[in-house]
Ligand binder design. Structure first.
Ligand code: PEP
Length: 252
């Protein structure tokens, strides 16, 4: 069985008081370990990683980061390396988020370098792929996602874990969600593409991301190739996030 994951991406949100209140509420919501083998991951801004880790102690929650440096340690002012993140207890690192690609000019080459750093540090990368609305309307969605996925070629160390997140750019933070059919269709194509890259496609979780909320999670999770969700806005509200976790736990 593939891992099932609900991952929360806080983006640039949250302060110390929020970290503490959030951890208290999430611990209460997850007093029972989620059923169905669901893994929960939360990725706060880097400066709050250790505070969140401490506040969540004992809770069934993995720590994630939203980004990592494309380089190892050295004279790279302002960069946080994957090794530093691992040292702080981070297990998952989101790489290639569309906001990083569009606002910070991250190319596939940079994404590949970051993936290499994450693997070297022993972190599990969550590689985000997704097409813009323009690309979808031009019939290029599959080609764009496959190109973004192809950075994994020859890069994944034997036995290393990797997670894919299909996040159509037009659905991120817009309230528009892919239909469950659109999500399942793309996930199946991505799984086939992972196989073509020589990767163990059946074992690689593919998450859906893009305006996942409490009220649409169950229908998105109906797709057999949809292994969970990468959640932005709704992950900031513990009640909504917990409903999304429950929706995945309850999937048969
Ligand atoms: C995201 O940030 O990865 C995301 C999917 O955001 P949202 O859920 O807010 O659309």
């Amino acid at each position: 069985m593939r891992a099932r994951i609900v991952a929360g991406n806080w983006k640039s949100n949250g302060r110390q008081a929020f970290v503490e209140a959030y951890a208290t509420d999430l611990k209460a919501a997850l007093a029972q370990k989620p059923a169905g083998g669901v893994t929960v991951m939360v990725a706060p801004p880097d400066v709050y990683l250790s505070a969140l880790k401490a506040a969540l102690e004992g809770a069934p929650v993995e720590l994630g980061a939203q980004n990592c440096s494309a380089t190892a340690e050295g004279a790279y002012t302002g960069e946080v390396t994957a090794g530093m993140l691992a040292d702080q207890g981070v297990r998952y690192v989101i790489i290639g988020h569309s906001e990083r690609r569009s606002y910070y000019g991250e190319t596939d080459e940079v994404v590949r370098a970051k993936l290499a750093q994450a693997f070297a540090a022993g972190c599990v990368p969550v590689l985000c792929v997704g097409e813009t609305l323009e690309e979808r309307e031009a019939g290029q969605a599959e080609a764009v996602c496959k190109r973004q996925l192809s950075v994994l070629e020859g890069l994944v160390p034997e036995g290393a874990e990797v997670v894919i997140a299909y996040e159509p750019v037009w659905a991120i933070g817009t309230g528009k969600t892919a239909t469950s059919e659109q999500a399942q269709a793309m996930h199946a194509q991505l799984r086939a593409a992972l196989g073509s890259l020589g990767l163990p496609a059946d074992r690689i979780p593919i998450l859906y991301g893009g305006s996942v909320k409490a009220d649409n999670a169950a229908s998105l999770f109906a797709g057999e190739d949809v292994d969970g969700a990468l959640v932005g806005g709704a992950s900031l509200e513990v009640e909504s996030f917990a409903c999304i976790i429950a929706a995945l736990s309850e999937r048969t």
